[in-house]
Design a protein around this ligand. Structure first.
Ligand SMILES: NC(=O)C1=CN([C@@H]2O[C@H](COP(=O)(O)OP(=O)(O)OC[C@H]3O[C@@H](n4cnc5c(N)ncnc54)[C@H](O)[C@@H]3O)[C@@H](O)[C@H]2O)C=CC1
Ligand SMILES: O=C(CO)COP(=O)(O)O
Length: 348
């Protein structure tokens, strides 16, 4: 596909930022990859590798690493924001101080901020001045960086309050290996991407306990039910959860050994403590903070989220993983769909 060449800054040189920088470079854009670790940026520029995050992958020469955010943003009108949710406020402050032109922000992160309970696009809006922020786009879907960097077929969805901006992002990223769909449901796309990490952690736990495939299918299905309930209560379109940012991402994260959330859960299921698990990962496990945020959101919106609640007690209150599963299995009997129907009825 022939495309207009653009200059784009990717903010965050971890696994996802680097893999997406590769997609953009493959599409012949000028790609500036900013990271806060100068040694890593030197490696990217001298050796065209980012071994810690994408071992064994050769990066296209079109990716240039930057350790100065001011230089990375000079003349730039579109940025890809690929840092952990926890780092957003700090990094947005740096962007505000360093920007040259008004920016469209494509965020590719999957989280919700605990306590403020803001989705990432809401957090960006809250922190950023309209003087420099043009549009916010989210890109989400079943997409492990490891496979994107191997140019294996991958599909994602983009959404925005301004669908023209989402279509622009679609055009920048789409190629023969990386298919990008638009979806106008910004809330659903962000909620699906963030909340599937909770269920991936729980799936890792049941795999770690050796409970097998029935248990995992149950978690994924009932996990999607509670993601849908909360999402719909927050204003999402229920159909989004049967799309790429819903079931698509849930499947890949609950079943792939690439998933950081699944791997962390797996170690918990095998008896490791949360602190040692997080220390050994060396990469962000978004589901831990998102579990806290979703636990708080469930209370705010009065939505029943038993898996999230059980995981919350495992992660933050020292509950034994086995007894959390027992508790889930011994809840009072219920109707599979009734709660979602009630939420939908109440919305009308
Ligand atoms: N890795 C993947 O396959 C995918 C990840 N995501 C999402 O992308 C986001 C980033 O994840 P990953 O790239 O996997 O994480 P990662 O742990 O591989 O990389 C995070 C990067 O952010 C940097 N960083 C952390 N705090 C920072 C700060 N305060 N200032 C500047 N840089 C900072 C780290 O040094 C690192 O380079 C997460 O929200 C994740 O859920 C989404 C889709 C796929
Ligand atoms: O969001 C992802 C794949 O779509 C990545 O998930 P993990 O952060 O669990 O690796």
């Amino acid at each position: 596909m022939v495309k207009a060449k653009e200059s784009i800054a990717v903010i965050g040189a971890g696994s996802w930022g680097t893999a997406l920088a590769m997609v953009l470079a493959d599409n012949q854009h000028e790609v500036r990859l900013w990271g806060h670790n100068p040694k890593q940026i030197e490696e990217i520029n001298q050796h065209h590798t980012n071994e810690k995050y994408l071992p064994g992958i050769e990066l296209p020469k079109g990716i240039k690493g930057y350790s100065s955010i001011k230089e990375a943003l000079f003349g730039i009108e579109m940025i890809i924001l690929a840092v952990p949710t926890k780092a957003y406020r700090e990094v947005l402050g740096q962007i505000e101080a360093a920007h040259d032109k008004p920016l469209t922000v494509v965020h590719v992160s999957k989280g919700i901020e605990p306590d403020s309970l803001l989705r990432i696009s809401e957090m960006i809006e809250e922190v950023s001045s309209p003087d420099w922020l043009k549009d916010i786009v989210v890109l989400s879907g079943p997409s492990h960086a490891e496979e994107v960097s191997l140019r294996h077929p991958t599909t994602v969805a983009v959404s925005s309050k301004n669908m023209k901006a989402a279509e622009k992002a679609q055009d920048l990223f789409i190629n023969n290996n990386f298919r990008v769909y638009t979806n106008p449901d910004l809330i659903g796309v962000e909620i699906g991407g963030a909340l599937k990490n909770i269920i991936a952690l729980a799936s890792g736990i049941t795999d770690g306990l050796g409970y097998g495939d029935n248990a995992k299918a149950a978690l994924m299905t009932r996990g999607l039910a509670e993601i849908s309930r909360l999402g719909v209560a927050m204003g999402a379109n229920p159909l989004t959860f049967s799309g790429l940012a819903g079931i698509g991402d849930l499947i890949v994260t609950c079943t792939s050994v690439h998933s950081r959330n699944w791997r962390a859960g797996n170690m918990l299921g095998k008896g490791k403590k949360l602190d040692e698990v997080l220390e050994s990962m060396g990469m962000v496990v978004e589901g831990v903070r998102t579990t806290k945020a979703a636990y708080q959101l469930a209370r705010k919106y009065e939505v029943n989220m038993p898996i999230t609640e059980a995981l919350y007690h495992v992660l933050f209150n020292g509950k034994e993983v086995k007894s959390a599963v027992d508790l889930l299995m011994n809840r009072s009997k219920t109707n599979e769909m009734e709660e979602l129907y009630n939420i939908l009825d109440n919305r009308q």
